[in-house]
Design a protein around this ligand. Structure first.
Ligand code: G1P
Length: 276
């Protein structure tokens, strides 16, 4: 069973400066909800109740968001505005939140390794909140958990991207093992290649087996001094222990301004805030 979800949330969000100068990028809202709340909702929908968040300096708003706000609540209590807080209060009631701070930004692999004390020795999920997913039936993470229950190894979510964009993603090669479920046995993976013969890109959803921590401790930093989760996963893939799932649904890259605007429009139409 997957009981914990790790949220790396220590990055600077430079592409959104100056908005992210004092506000964590994970707290930027798509309509009325911060990005991270969408991620937490996705984890809850997949049956995960323990949220493990890797934060950094200047990210205290995240902890405050997932906590009671007595003054505000008492102000709104008994008024017609009380319902505005219901959704977040329900989330707080049904989840636990643990935090650890990443001291230095040394890459996604390093952020995940920083979360080890919150996870321990069990398989766990990872959500990168700036990849926002919207799925018709089952959430991305829930689709991945079904795949994990079948293969009991690390699972990554992938989607096809235009060849011109492969340098923005971790790219995999793999052998299709099931047409009906769109799953691949991963044979190779490269972090942000200049060119590739594959356009299967990793999106910000992972299920990792706990041996990943030992591998991450041994991984050499890349040319930018960063420890990449893609390199650690390659080591598992070489032992036949990584499956990629082409998830069913739509993903928005909310780490880019264009993706953020697309996501805002998508949800505004979905919730009929603006016309189609
Ligand atoms: C990270 C991963 C990359 C993955 C991407 C998905 O990159 O390193 O492999 O494709 O997330 O969003 P980042 O976007 O943090 O640079």
């Amino acid at each position: 069973m997957i009981k914990k979800c790790l949220f790396p949330a220590a990055g600077y969000g430079t592409r959104f400066l100056p908005a992210t100068k004092a506000v964590p990028k994970e707290m930027l809202p798509i309509l009325t909800k911060p990005l991270l709340q969408y991620g937490v909702e996705e984890a809850l929908a997949a049956g995960i109740k323990n949220m493990a968040i890797v934060t950094g300096r200047g990210k205290r708003a995240i902890e405050d968001h997932f906590d009671n706000a007595f003054e505000l609540e008492s102000q709104l209590q008994g008024t017609e505005k009380e319902h505005y807080l219901k959704e977040i209060k329900d989330i707080i009631k049904s989840s636990t939140f643990t935090y650890v701070r990443q001291q230095k930004m040394l890459g996604l692999g390093h952020a995940i390794l920083t979360g080890e004390p919150l996870i321990g020795n069990e398989p766990f999920a990872v959500i990168l909140a700036d990849d926002l997913c919207d799925c018709k039936e089952q959430s991305t993470l829930s689709q991945m958990i079904d795949t994990y229950n079948k293969y009991k190894c690390s699972i990554i979510a992938i989607e096809e991207v235009p060849m011109s964009q492969v340098s923005r993603y971790g790219i995999i090669n793999g052998n299709l093992i099931s047409n009906s479920t769109d799953t691949y046995q991963v044979t190779n993976m490269t972090e942000k290649p200049q060119k590739s013969d594959s356009n299967l890109a990793i999106i910000g959803r992972y299920i990792l087996t706990p041996d990943i921590f030992k591998i991450l401790r041994q991984i050499q930093p890349d040319k930018n001094g960063e420890i990449q989760i893609t390199d650690a996963l390659l080591s598992q893939a070489k032992q036949g222990k990584v499956i990629a799932l082409k998830f069913k649904g739509k993903r928005f890259d909310c780490g880019s301004i264009e993706g953020f605007v697309d996501a805002t429009n998508h949800f505004a139409k979905k919730f009929k805030i603006i016309d189609n």
